[in-house]
Design a protein around this ligand. Sequence first.
Ligand code: PEP
Length: 248
Amino acid sequence: MRRKIAAGNWKMNMTPTQAVALIEKLKPLVKSDDVDVIFCVPAIDIPAAMTAAEGSNIRIGAENMYFEEKGAFTGEISPEMLVDAGVKYVIIGHSERRDYFGETNEDVNRKVLKAFEHGITPIMCCGESLTMRQQGVTMDWIRQQVKVGLLNVSAEQASSMIIAYEPIWAIDTGETATSDQAEEVCKGIRDLVEELYDKAVADKIRILYGGSVNAGNAAELFGKDNIDGGLVGGASLKEDFGKIVNYR
Ligand code: PEP
């Protein structure tokens, strides 16, 4: 049995002061014995968020990380910086990073490998645009993103990582993929992982759905066989996130 995950992606929201207030408010609401709760927060919020989350079941993750160790990369955050701050999870290849900051599948792969080198669990994102879905190439696109993202990732590493399927047309739009659409792609990703590795890895890897997950649709989405929880944007900044964690 794979443990479910409710991961929040705060995006570019919340100052450090606001982050502490939000965590204090959500702490009692996101308590759970059987769901892993991760808050991926802006880099500048990480130290304050770590302190605020101490003693709770909330794990603090990052939203991005660079693939180099250190040096002349102004504005980037290194894996060592995240590790030193106590970070165990990092979102990699979110569609907003790909669209606005030009991240390629190859960059994503380098980041995934670098995260593993430092003992950080990557939450690797993939997802198709509306045009791709309308043209019937969703699975071809997703397979390419996931295949390149997993290049040189060992079976042991793949077993421990998290993939988030996030159709771009459903992110921040209020438009959710139906639970059947989400399940179909998440199953397709699991089948691909079995092709690339074996059934044991495919059974262990956790695959999330993301795209306008809210308190009203989480139970149906998370109830699907191949959906191991959600990567949640907007609703992770609200009390709703407690209901998503406790979706049952
Ligand atoms: C996201 O940013 O990963 C996301 C899924 O956003 P939202 O839940 O707001 O659609």
